[in-house]
Ligand binder design. Structure first.
Ligand SMILES: Nc1ncnc2c1ncn2[C@@H]1O[C@H](COP(=O)(O)OP(=O)(O)OP(=O)(O)O)[C@@H](O)[C@H]1O
Ligand SMILES: [Mg+2]
Length: 243
């Protein structure tokens, strides 16, 4: 295991701006290349707050984040955003075709050094069981699962280092969920292991499939469990690994 994590948090803390209530207790967490992490826990416990803080989507109230051992300065923020991707439950899909959606990031300044690769996009779609004319389909006609597959390909083609999943399959059918897991597993490429993922899920069976490290969130406290997510009804070996 490499010494320097891809992303490391030091006493990361989030508060409710109005009432000052602590949403995320000071959290120190390291994400290493090759890590596949699952976070489970009750609704309202702070899983999304943690993930959004990790993605630097919300301002931090205390603590700090390092990326490859260095602080994420304002100047490095666009690069951080590019490499640490947050994928939410309901993706924002634009009008037009799937291909229009996949081409969209390349119109942004942050991605002007890379070009859309149609063949590669097609191969991602095939990995998710969507061959043929998928890229020509209209976004308005996509199922929820297909919209999420589109959103995921849109992110994967940009080659992020870390994927932060906030219940990406929560409202999807099992077939679509498995297609998304397959796509992510292929992308993580265990033979290479330069990348990492954090997957928030309510589904313990899914958490077990998509992770080698399991953390739980309870009332804003993140705790590491040594074993991968245990199936329902069994007890994991719990230790305070993150505080
Ligand atoms: N921007 C915010 N301002 C104030 N309170 C917030 C904010 N975002 C989240 N909260 C509160 O923080 C707590 C944790 O919310 P969070 O969305 O992280 O829960 P969660 O574990 O992701 O739940 P779920 O499983 O339902 O998605 C909740 O009480 C929520 O109301
Ligand atoms: Mg949430």
């Amino acid at each position: 295991m490499p010494d320097i994590p891809i992303v490391e948090t030091f006493d990361l803390c989030r508060r409710d701006a109005e009432r000052g209530q602590v949403l995320l207790q000071p959290t120190s967490f390291s994400l290493f290349a090759g890590d596949r992490v699952a976070v489970t826990g009750p609704s309202g416990s702070g899983k999304s707050v943690f993930l959004r803080a990790l993605a630097l989507l919300d301002p931090l109230d205390a603590g700090r984040i390092e990326w490859h051992g260095k602080a994420v300065s304002r100047i490095r923020m666009p690069q951080y955003r590019r490499h640490i991707a947050y994928i939410r439950q309901r993706p924002a899909i634009l009008d037009g075709t799937v291909e229009d959606n996949l081409r969209y990031p390349y119109t942004l300044r942050a991605y002007r050094d890379v070009r859309f690769d149609r063949e590669r996009a097609r191969s991602f779609a095939e990995q998710a069981g969507r061959g043929g004319d998928f890229l020509d389909r209209y976004a308005s006609e996509l199922s929820g699962g297909e919209a999420q597959i589109t959103a995921l390909i849109r992110v994967l083609q940009l080659e992020p280092e870390v994927l932060l999943f906030d219940e990406p399959t929560a409202s999807l059918d099992p077939e679509s969920s498995h297609a998304i897991e397959a796509l992510v597993n292929a992308w993580l490429d265990p033979a290479d292991a330069r990348r990492a993922s954090v997957w928030v899920s309510h589904d313990l069976a899914q958490a077990a499939r998509v992770s080698d490290r399991h953390l739980t969130m309870r009332a804003g406290v993140l705790t590491e469990i040594t074993q991968p997510a245990a199936p329902p009804g069994t007890q994991g070996d719990v230790r305070e690994g993150t505080r």
